[in-house]
Design a protein. Structure first.
Length: 746
């Protein structure tokens, strides 16, 4: 086949521009993988560059496999092109030159569990195993390595901001010594040590520069500081560096990705040629207009607008439900309707949330509707480890003979009760025809048989079990809340500073909300009743397990995927954008997450929010996310992709009757929609609102709420928010650029 035949004009230009530095800004669904693969193939087949001299770096094993497969079709197998992830590349180069930095070529690569054991040893040796840093030091070490810092450099970075900086430095230093002694590297080391190798081994960097005359990097917006440095070092001689990515899809800043790498590439390489791929082959024009409307509110970006030559398309819909149950019921009902009457399959749908703690209610409603689903990039809510751990504690109290439950949590959180101790107690329990629970509850009685050392190790757990038994007669929610507090789940999951750990704690808070909700519907329910209900819910979802499932996922988990129908749910201020992002004035990355979510949709897009949400064991009243209003476009086109024919519906209006349980008339859903507009020019920008007078203490007037006083102003630019107190109405929060607030005239 001719490599250029099925490419559009700009794609052909990119493929044939083979020399020097090239930046390709590839919008969502614009065919970037095809362009990258064809460029490599063009170099080999048309420019006669040996595959041996070409390097293509991807971010995932899946992307690597896909690119290799495409190149095998285009060039044949054994084409010599080196396609790999950053970490795979690093491991191969490091093994070749390991001796140059004091390692053997057979060095071990430690996984997370191995790394934790070495850190525990370092903490113990330094007598810091009981210190405040024991749960967070691994996160610090990983962060340091991703930024290319050694122990002393990282100490200099955090000293003054972290009172434990010196202890972190000492553990980091000892951890590194233990790794070297064991001829081992952890996963973060692969990049860190490769950079060190390049800086200290002329032979190693010379080998890479001579071999890789053409360097390609996919998903460049996701590179961190060390990865970018490695790429520049390899391409330093040839100057042939080709990077492709989308600054509007840079959503991994929380794990070290530097959006500045792609934003400043043409400054780093002044002669770089910059191309923009903006023709989208995935989504309808209405969906793309919605995406463009949102992302143009960001200031840190290379400006570009997605477009498609496809005409028509189903309208984008926005629904504002009075409560979270109304929202989830409507979403599940709509899915059922589209499956029944529009010919969609379950695998065509995705329900996207900002935080995985929000999936629980949607999972529950899908299970009730007997619709098969999968949780992408994670486990179903009740299958998540942290939820299973809480359930295991509850099982242990409800059924003292449940040895598996005891074994699961006897050393979680860690209490120094190792497998050997548990095995010894289990063997003794079997001999005495007792349960593991019974032996541990009365461990002091068996000191002569088990020994004082075992009794001492188990004492804390025995005290915990005694306290839980003493409170087990309390109402279901009160007991579960006590259990969570007494075990110390919050301290365990929030002390590390790891975002994933904090997300696990949010899941436990959502679990508590579920327990309270269950108790309200089942007055007098026992722990056993609750556990039985949970088991049946899990069993129902397993019965429906097949290959055709609805996807429930966080927005981060679906990057790179596409679905015919997408529901973006729970779009509320302090959920999306998150409270942390608003507090840290980092809304732009949240807006990029919204852009990624919108551009997953091919045919239909629904955006929903709830005015009231029962979350983390309390009712929260929320404002719709600013992203909803932004998605409708400028003031000159107030409904944008949603059109001007907005209408208000009582109840669920045109809600299909799939669920068979209509929501009460009190539910109010605002439903905005429009047929696909013809492509049009962007409306002239509306003059920015002067926010200089909106300061704490200022008097303001709202057309509905009347006169109020500003309590606090946060953020900047279009993301500035004001919290306002209104007499007799309470406190309300506004996005100043959008709210109809005016300063009171004196």
């Amino acid at each position: 086949m001719n490599l250029l035949d099925d490419l559009n004009e700009i794609q052909r230009e990119i493929v044939t521009d083979t020399e020097g530095a090239v930046l390709v800004l590839a919008g969502a669904g614009s065919g970037k993988t095809r362009v990258l693969t064809r460029r490599v193939a063009y170099l080999v087949s048309e420019k006669h560059v040996p595959g041996y001299n070409i390097l293509a770096i991807t971010f995932t094993n899946k992307a690597t496999a896909e690119m290799k497969e495409r190149l095998n079709v285009l060039l044949g197998e054994n084409n010599g092109v080196w396609v790999s992830t950053f970490h795979s590349l690093a491991a191969r180069i490091l093994r070749k030159f390991a001796s140059d930095i004091g390692y053997g070529a057979n060095f071990s690569i430690y996984d997370e569990a191995d790394s934790k054991r070495v850190i525990t040893k370092a903490l113990r040796e330094l007598h810091l195993d009981g210190s405040a840093i024991k749960d967070s030091v691994r996160e610090h070490i990983s962060k340091a390595k991703n930024f290319g810092f050694n122990p002393d450099e990282y100490y200099a970075e955090i000293n003054g901001d972290n009172e434990h900086a010196e202890d972190i430095r000492r553990v980091f230093e000892r951890y590194e010594e233990l790794l070297v002694t064991s001829n081992a590297m952890d996963f973060d080391d692969l990049l860190h040590k490769l950079k060190f190798l390049f800086e200290n081994s002329p032979e190693a960097i010379g080998y890479c520069r001579n071999r890789f005359r053409y360097v390609h990097v996919d998903e460049f917006q996701d590179t961190n500081k060390v990865q970018y440095e490695l790429v520049k070092m390899i391409a330093a001689d040839s100057g042939n560096i080709f990077v492709v990515g989308d600054d509007d899809q840079s959503i991994y800043g929380w794990r070290g990705a530097e959006i500045g790498n792609i934003l400043n590439f043409d400054k780093e390489f002044p002669d770089a040629k910059v191309y923009k791929l903006t023709e989208n082959y995935r989504s309808t024009s209405t969906i793309l207009e919605c995406a463009n409307n949102v992302i143009r509110n960001n200031s840190q970006r290379h400006g570009k607008e997605l477009f498609t030559k496809r005409t028509g398309g189903v309208r984008v819909e926005y629904l504002s439900a009075s409560g979270d149950h109304d929202e989830s019921e409507w979403v599940v009902s709509k899915i059922g309707y589209l499956i029944r009457y529009n010919g969609y399959r379950p695998s065509d749908f995705a329900i996207l949330v900002r935080a995985n703690s929000l999936t629980r209610l949607f999972e529950q409603k899908l299970g009730e509707a007997r619709l098969a689903y999968k949780v992408l990039g994670g486990f179903k809510f009740f299958d998540r480890k942290e939820i299973q751990d809480v359930l295991a504690y509850m099982r242990m109290i409800a059924n003292s003979r449940d040895n598996e439950a005891v074994e699961r949590i006897v050393n979680f959180p860690a209490r120094g009760i190792g497998d050997v101790t548990v095995n010894n107690i289990s063997a003794f329990a079997r001999q005495q025809a007792l349960s593991l629970f019974d032996v541990m509850l009365e461990i002091n009685k068996y000191e002569s048989e088990l020994g004082p050392r075992v009794v001492k190790k188990v004492e804390d757990f025995r005290a915990l079990v005694s306290d839980l038994v003493a409170h087990s007669a309390e109402p279901l929610y009160a007991f579960t809340k006590y259990l969570v507090d007494r075990v110390g789940f919050e301290q365990y999951y929030t002390s590390s500073g790891d975002e994933e750990d904090y997300s696990r704690w949010e899941n436990i808070k959502e679990f508590l909300a579920f327990v309270r909700e269950y108790e309200e519907k089942n007055e007098g329910a026992s722990v056993n009743n609750f556990l039985e209900s949970v088991s049946l819910v899990r069993e129902r979802s397993d019965e429906l397990d097949d290959n055709d499932k609805i996807t429930v996922a966080t927005m981060h988990a679906v990057k790179g995927l596409e679905f015919k129908v997408v529901f973006i749910v729970a779009c509320e201020e302090e959920i999306f954008p998150s409270a942390q992002a608003i507090k840290n004035n980092d809304v732009e990355e949240e807006r990029r997450v919204m852009y990624v979510a919108i551009t997953r949709a091919q045919e239909r897009l629904y955006i929903t929010n709830a005015q009231r949400r029962f979350r983390f064991n309390r009712v929260e009243y929320s404002m719709p996310s600013r992203f909803i209003e932004e998605s409708k476009g400028s003031a000159g086109d107030s409904y944008g992709a949603f059109g001007a024919r907005a209408r208000y519906l009582n109840g669920l209006g045109d809600r299909p009757s799939f669920m068979g349980s209509p929501v009460s008339e009190a539910s109010r859903i605002r439903h905005s929609a429009a047929t696909a507009p013809a492509p049009k020019k962007q409306a002239a920008p509306v003059p920015a609102k002067d926010l200089s007078g909106f300061v704490g203490g200022a008097k303001v007037v709202h057309p509905r709420y009347g006169e109020g006083t500003i309590l606090v102003v946060l953020g900047s630019g279009s993301d500035t928010t004001a919290t306002v107190a209104f007499p007799n109405l309470g406190v309300k929060k506004f996005i100043l650029a959008l709210a109809p607030l005016t300063l009171k005239k004196e």
